[in-house]
Design a protein around this ligand. Structure first.
Ligand code: UDP
Ligand code: MG
Length: 319
């Protein structure tokens, strides 16, 4: 049997060689399986491509898929999975935050008959209070809004059976929120606890705005609730408007100074205007995503692949 290890790398020159040493040591301990290492170079602009090339030259189990530019973490992982030949694949970050030493445990659970084994972090040292609390809030929101349930404190460090990989690759969506998609796919899933380490070197590639984008992808691709919000805002404003109408009529019919009332008109206009803009914006988000989907562009473009037998260097698109 073959185990594919999929590693997305974006500007990881500081860690990738050390990562390779650690993972090879771990794999040497797994005697009942062959393995291949698939590094996706997600358009790195540092020394990462050079180091990956060297690793590939010195170790024939290494395969490199170099994307033509930075496509983002989730796409880089998808590209790696698409090039994986294994009966089972493990997705792991290059920065050693997910300890490779946990992989034998993931494999053991797979042998127990689980098709998805995800790593659940019991500790996350080196993360800011801000990141931890926003992450918690995010999972609470998405589990509220969506029928697909996401376990808390779970990232993309996980093992996937070939069955699950094939389903995942057959899902053509552009906004790839992999942990949601895997959860949607189902099969038997189980968690393995592990202690998440600090990033061993280099900086996080997830600045705040990227994290927000990622969170938005998660909510919008798995929930229509924001769209339905318009309905509720609409009902609320109708209710308020009704109260306003009664109030206006009373003033008009039973008092002499009924010219007053510009305040209510003013607030009504503001409120309706604001509510309409917000809901239009939400609808716009979904339409934008529909637009991106219908263009049916390939998910990524491969500039070069190494270690797959016959070498390809021409740009070729794969969907
Ligand atoms: N990564 C990637 N493309 C990107 C951003 C990140 O391939 O556009 C990779 C990165 O090299 C790392 C993994 O995805 O192996 C997780 O990124 P990072 O450690 O920066 O995220 P964090 O752990 O801070 O959430
Ligand atoms: Mg990291």
């Amino acid at each position: 049997m073959l185990l594919s290890i999929v590693v997305p790398c974006y500007n990881e020159a500081a860690v990738v060689a050390e990562f390779h040493r650690r993972i090879v040591a771990v794999c040497a301990g797994i005697t009942d399986s062959e393995f291949e290492l698939i590094y996706t170079d997600d358009g790195s602009v540092d020394e990462t491509p050079v180091i990956l090339r060297q690793l590939q030259a010195s170790d024939e189990r290494v395969r490199v898929v170099a994307l033509s530019r930075n496509f983002g973490h989730q796409v880089a992982v998808s590209a790696g999975l698409e090039h994986a030949a294994g009966d089972v694949a493990v997705i792991i970050d290059a920065d050693l935050q997910d300890p490779p030493e946990v992989i034998p445990e993931l494999l053991a659970r797979w042998r127990d008959g689980y098709q998805v084994v995800y790593g659940m972090r019991t500790e996350r040292p080196g993360e800011t209070v801000f990141k931890l609390s926003t992450a918690k809030l995010f999972y609470r929101i998405i589990n509220r809004l969506s029928k697909v349930k996401l376990p808390l404190d779970v990232g993309d460090f996980r093992l996937l059976d070939r069955k699950v990989i094939d389903v995942l690759l057959a899902m053509p969506e552009r906004d790839r929120f992999l942990r949601g998609m895997v959860s949607w796919i189902g099969f038997r899933q189980v968690a393995v606890m592990y202690k998440r380490a600090e990033r061993s070197a280099g900086a996080s590639k997830y600045p705040l705005w990227k994290m927000l984008r990622f969170a938005a992808d998660g909510v919008l691709s798995f929930s229509l609730t924001p769209l339905r919000l318009a309905l509720w805002v609409g009902f609320l404003s109708i209710a308020l408007a009704f109260a306003g109408i009664v109030y206006a009529l009373i003033i008009r019919l039973y008092t002499n100074d009924w010219v007053r009332g510009w305040t209510s008109i003013f607030t009504a206009v503001l409120f309706i205007g604001g509510a309409q803009l917000v809901t239009l914006g939400i609808i716009g988000e979904y339409i934008g995503r529909i637009y991106a989907e219908v263009k049916r562009r390939p998910l990524y473009v491969v500039a070069e692949q190494l270690g797959f037998g016959e070498e390809k260097t021409d740009s070729q698109a794969e969907a």
